[in-house]
Design a protein around this ligand. Structure first.
Ligand code: BV8
Ligand code: ZN
Length: 232
């Protein structure tokens, strides 16, 4: 791959698994005996806001107990040393890519450490717990919701993502099961000349759409992949 090539990387929960963060379908996506898909929705938030606040408070608190792993660090190294464009699109709402040093990073499903005002829609850092008494600091009064894209809601910055997919020379999906759309469909949206590679513990639901699909753990596959691109 020549050094000025444009790369788009998509990551999912599998890249954070070895840091100790649970994947969605590992524990068959259960949390307090609720299916994640039932908690991570606008309806659930409307129905039982305290349950949804609690779900995200617990996951936000767990971020302080985990560290980026070798796969996160390898992707940050690639961004800093690669000569061409590199966009890292993550489905993850954890902060591990940012803490590893990735900067050209797009959280398409939002971020645990941010909150959004239901009135003025302002988004701001929200490192602590959030509940029904939490108030917006921008308009001084609106109730807050997690800045998370729930099922049935539009992912963030999709125009920018599809432009990058259309122009890229290499698309790599790492640690994602290919269950959730539109992310699972990104491999079909790349331009005609692009190469596609999947790095995952087991073949994803969309593995057959990739030119190459390697199986293994992210902390093994990703540093090897980056060394091959950059040279040791
Ligand atoms: C939208 C934030 C429309 C929440 C998330 C029926 C058919 C097709 C689609 C749909 C359908 N019904 C509904 C839909 C649409 C829906 C969808 O795709 N549902 C699925 C479940 C069928 N999608 C949506 O609703 C999206 N929005 O479509 O909007 C629209 C259009 C116009 C206008 C308005 C609206 C929004 C989706 C976003 C939902 N929010 N996250 C939260 O985090 O609480 S998605 C959630 O799942 C996470 O972000 C997670 O990242 C994502 C995907 O899961 P993965 O990351 O892939 O994680 P998973 O556990 O599944 O897989 C982990 C993989 O890693 C596994 O393969 C495993 O083998 C591997 N692995 C494990 N360990 C390792 C490893 N790999 C390497 N190394 C390891 N050590
Ligand atoms: Zn506000």
């Amino acid at each position: 791959m020549y050094r000025a090539a444009r790369i788009v990387i998509l990551t999912g929960a599998g890249i954070s698994a070895e840091s100790g963060l649970r994947t969605f379908r590992g524990a068959d996506g259960l949390w307090e005996n609720h299916r994640v898909q039932e908690v991570a929705t606008p309806e659930a938030f409307h129905q039982d806001p305290e349950l949804v606040y609690r779900f995200y408070n617990e996951r936000r608190r767990s971020l302080a107990t985990v560290q980026p792993n070798a796969a996160h660090l390898a992707l940050a190294r690639l961004e800093h040393e690669w000569g061409g464009d590199l966009l890292l699109v993550t489905q993850n709402v954890d902060d591990l890519h940012g803490r590893a040093g990735s900067r050209n990073l797009l959280h398409m499903h939002g971020e645990l450490l941010k909150g959004r005002c239901l009135d003025c829609r302002a988004v701001r850092a929200w490192p602590g717990d959030m509940d029904q008494t939490s108030r917006c600091l921008s308009c001084g009064g609106g109730p807050m919701r997690p800045h998370i894209v729930w099922f049935g809601e539009m992912p963030l910055e999709t125009t920018r993502i599809y432009q990058a997919l259309d122009r890229c020379d290499l698309f790599v999906a790492i640690g994602t099961s290919g269950h959730v759309y539109p992310a699972a469909g990104f491999v079909e949206a790349v331009g005609p000349g692009a190469r596609t590679l999947e790095l995952n513990l087991e073949p994803s639901l969309v593995a057959s759409a990739f030119q190459r699909s390697l199986t293994g753990r992210a902390t093994d596959l990703v540093p090897t992949f980056v060394n091959e691109l950059l040279g040791p």
